[in-house]
Design a protein around this ligand. Structure first.
Ligand code: NAP
Length: 256
């Protein structure tokens, strides 16, 4: 392979969970632009169809796979069905996730449980279901979406911090168990990006002023700025990168 093909994803097929909008959608767009066929997933079927159409309008080959990432049975049925009926999933981006902000002493127990199911259990469910097939083939790429909260806490989001710390450690565990089977499993940790998940913070001028002062780059991130790292971790360019968490955060985790 010549070095200028290191980032080429032609002939690969990528499943991106929660790709109906936000970061997942943009990562799906990015992987498609590098040549991959895309399997979009979301729990919201209407949003999924809209996202898929928008990618097709840009020339991508797109499959729609609606399932709830927190339901292990649905995950297994969907992944096994796709592998049997259509073919291999070469790249998995575990992106679906949620945020809920409230003081830790008042954090509802059912919200905590739900957040863990969505932010960390799902990474195990979808990762395991897809990896079984990747292991049989002796190759595969998994990118788990972590967060700046993988490394740092912030008031009112302790459970989210716990879940994203766990995603990073599960990433290391997956890499440790599965690298010998030819898989590369890595994490991508976004700092603060403008999406639906952060809309309350984007609307908060005081928070934006604080964030701009706190971040060495001095601003919010644009979701397009996550794409290069995702292509890197999904491509031959990262063939000896295992269990790494790559922070894309304008430097916020490197300075106090
Ligand atoms: P988002 O705009 O809320 O998108 C998340 C998507 O996942 C939504 O379309 C959501 O659908 C879908 N989803 C939710 N539950 C699902 C389920 N059970 N099964 C399948 N899909 C489901 O969030 P985002 O900002 O793009 O965040 C994406 C990932 O990046 C998350 O893991 C988040 O923690 C992480 N992250 C984001 C930031 C940031 O600044 N935005 C920073 C660090 C990390 P519904 O809306 O219908 O629930």
């Amino acid at each position: 392979m010549s070095y200028n093909q290191l980032f080429d994803l032609t002939g690969k097929r990528a499943l991106v969970t929660g790709s109906g909008q936000g970061i997942g959608f943009e990562l799906a767009r990015g992987l498609a632009s590098a040549g991959a066929e895309i399997i979009v997933n979301d729990i919201d079927e209407e949003r999924l169809t809209k996202a898929a159409q928008s990618l097709r309008d840009e020339g991508a080959k797109v499959y729609e796979l609606a399932f709830d990432v927190t339901d292990a049975q649905q995950v297994n049925d969907s992944v096994n069905g796709f592998e049997a009926d259509i073919g291999a999933i070469d790249i998995l981006v575990n992106n679906a996730g949620m945020q809920y902000r409230t003081a830790l002493e008042d954090f509802p127990v059912d919200r905590f449980d739900f957040m863990m199911r969505l932010n960390i259990n799902s990474v195990f469910y979808v990762g395991q279901a897809v990896a079984k097939h990747m292991i049989e083939r002796g190759s595969g790429k998994i990118v788990n979406i972590c967060s700046v909260q993988t490394a740092l806490a912030r008031p009112s989001i302790a459970p989210y911090t716990a879940s994203k710390g766990a995603v990073a450690n599960l990433t290391k565990g997956m890499a440790t168990d599965w690298a010998r089977h030819g898989l590369q499993v890595n994490g991508l940790a976004p700092g603060y990006f403008k999406t639906e998940l952060t809309s309350a913070l984007v609307a908060d001028e005081e928070f934006t002023a604080w964030l701009s002062a706190r971040t060495p780059a001095g601003r919010w991130g644009e979701v397009s700025e996550l794409v290069g790292a995702c292509i890197f971790l999904s491509s031959a360019a990262s063939s000896f990168v295992n269990g790494h968490v790559l922070f894309i955060d304008g430097g916020i985790t490197c300075s106090v």
